[in-house]
Write a protein that binds this ligand. Structure first.
Ligand code: SF4
Length: 317
């Protein structure tokens, strides 16, 4: 849960999660839709799907007990080297290094790394391995993460109170404010999406469930797709609905416009009310389609950007 997310944001989700799934077996046997619903709002849904699959693998291959060998831990879905090191050192006091965002920054300063950390990752792993206290790996890794979170902070590191100031090259060279070298990233692309809230004669709305793989996999959404060059929002919605669901609709008034940022792109959702004209909806590019009442929408896991659409509908807009 803590990947890409701050502790204070995670705490209420963590508590809700443990209430819903108090054991590995409880998580492994839960329905994916329930898992995604409990996770809803935390974002990066691949983490929820990976946790679910990892619990299932632990139940199947490790008698329901979390493995203690590095190779077996790394083989679980969603667990990379840092997470594996964090778990094995914290839970079993094993001599396994870590390299999360805070640790990368601390070590890049300690060795005065002349390139962006992600371009010289092998050197930082080596530093984390060499420095690890073989007698106290649990405390050492925890202290290293804490040092990054509280003393060697991204801006204005508090070198004067740092226990490593005598050994730190950045401090010696008075370069602590310039390091680590920042990654030059191109600006995020923006996608414009036309979205239809499709009503039928019975006053129900059409929603579809995304395929399990990929971004937001397994979540429900209001159908739509990318606006092609030269296309109006209305034309896009009509075309997408025909291609994805095999039905004809009339596109009506704008309901809401939503801007949202994912890790690799910005998205603008242009959402319109639509009316079903003909055809039986088919899940051509999704796993399932359903007609539901507005009041039922809250039962389904939706991506964060879609929650604004639901709120607008509940407010009767
Ligand atoms: S001396 Fe300063 S730059 Fe070096 S590790 Fe400590 S806080 Fe970070």
């Amino acid at each position: 849960m803590l990947q890409q997310t701050q502790v204070k944001t995670v705490i209420p989700y963590f508590e809700r999660w443990l209430q819903a799934f108090p054991t590995i077996a409880a998580l492994a046997t839960a329905d994916l839709q329930q898992v995604l619903k409990v996770w809803q709002g935390l974002g990066y849904y691949a983490r929820a799907r990976n946790l679910h699959r990892a619990a299932q693998e632990i139940l199947q291959h490790h008698q329901g007990i979390f493995p203690t060998e590095l190779e077996a831990v790394l083989a679980l879905p969603g667990i990379g080297r840092t997470t594996a090191g964090g778990i094995l050192s914290a839970a079993y006091n094993q001599r396994v290094p870590i390299l999360d965002g805070n640790v990368k920054r601390v070590l890049a300063r300690v060795v005065a790394l002349e390139t962006a950390p992600n371009r010289t990752i092998a050197r930082l792993w080596q530093a984390s391995t060499v420095l690890l206290d073989p007698d106290n790996p649990r405390d050492f890794n925890q202290a290293l993460m804490d040092l990054g979170a509280t003393v060697c902070t991204p801006k204005h590191p508090a070198c004067l109170i740092c226990p490593w100031k005598e050994y730190c090259r950045a401090h010696t060279l008075n370069m602590q404010d310039e390091l680590p070298v920042s990654e030059t990233r191109p600006p995020l692309p923006r996608k414009s999406i036309g979205v239809g809230v499709i009503w039928n004669a019975a006053g129900e709305i059409l929603i579809d469930r995304r395929r399990p793989e990929g971004l937001l996999g397994g979540l429900w959404e209001f159908p739509g797709g990318k606006i092609e060059p030269g296309e109006t929002v209305e034309e896009c919605i009509q075309r997408e609905i025909r291609e994805e669901l095999g039905i004809e609709i009339a596109v009506g008034d704008r309901l809401i416009t939503i801007n949202h940022t994912y890790s690799h792109f910005h998205v603008t959702l242009h959402v319109h009310h639509c009316h079903h004209l003909s055809g039986e909806p088919q899940p051509i590019e999704s796993d399932e389609v359903r007609w539901v009442q507005v009041t039922e929408l809250e039962k389904f896991p939706f991506p964060k950007a879609n929650i604004h659409i639901i709120n607008a509908l509940l407010a009767g807009e």
